[in-house]
Design a protein around this ligand. Structure first.
Ligand code: 5GP
Length: 203
């Protein structure tokens, strides 16, 4: 998604070779129009699937799951990271190790909101090590619902998340795929592929 790639180039802060900060438009302050466009794009990509529910994890997946849910005309559900006193019913739960916080926590979803008849699209802001999404996939499996795929806003393709999901036969789409990054430089997957082609044709 070109618009998203441009914003990452303009406003993304590369904190290290593996951590990208996008707090000015995606992750802390949210550009609402961009979030809605992200939702529409995810809905277009998965338009061939009869999605009945979008699933994400709190907190930073919520705005994109909501935007995708609006575009698809279905509800979204978010997995909770801490068990609230209001969550009194039976839950599906899975452990997740957080890449950014370096801790393991239990994520849970009430059994009332995921059912065997559901066709679930999982949405999240980042695909990095894949731990968060693997946890959500586990929850979908426990519920007996069908997983139609995973839609991510930003994928760091140099980390193992995509292959972990694809090994399980899961369809994965990311709107911006980062092949590599370093302070001041972001290379997206297609660009790296075309640079390689140019180099090959020169040789
Ligand atoms: P994973 O479980 O795939 O390693 O990471 C998933 C979560 O970690 C994402 O939902 C996101 O909130 C956070 N995360 C992973 N990598 C980054 C990053 O480079 N920048 C930011 N801002 N968050 C990240």
């Amino acid at each position: 998604m070109k618009l998203l790639e441009e914003r990452i180039r303009q406003e993304g802060l590369i904190l290290s070779d593996t951590v990208l900060k996008v707090d000015s438009f995606l992750n802390h302050q949210v550009d609402t129009q961009l979030a809605l466009e992200i939702g529409r794009e995810l809905a277009r990509i998965f338009a061939d699937q009869p999605v009945t529910k979008v699933l994400t994890i709190e907190a930073s997946g919520i705005q994109f799951a909501m935007a995708a849910g609006i575009a698809l005309g279905v509800p979204f559900v978010y997995a909770k990271k801490k068990k609230a006193v209001t969550l009194t019913e039976q839950v599906y739960a899975a452990p997740v190790h957080s890449f950014t916080r370096q801790e393991t926590y239990q994520v849970s979803v009430s059994q009332k909101y995921l059912n065997p008849g559901d066709k679930v699209l999982i949405v999240d802001d980042f695909l990095a090590t894949g731990a968060a999404l693997v946890g959500l996939v586990d929850i979908v499996k426990q519920s007996g619902a069908e997983l139609v795929g995973v839609g991510c806003v930003i994928e760091k393709s140099f980390q193992e998340g995509r292959s972990l999901l694809e090994e399980q036969g899961i369809r994965v789409h990311s709107l911006a795929r980062i092949a590599s990054m370093a302070p001041g430089v972001v290379n997206f997957v297609e660009e790296e592929a075309s640079i390689r082609k140019i180099k090959e044709s020169v040789v």
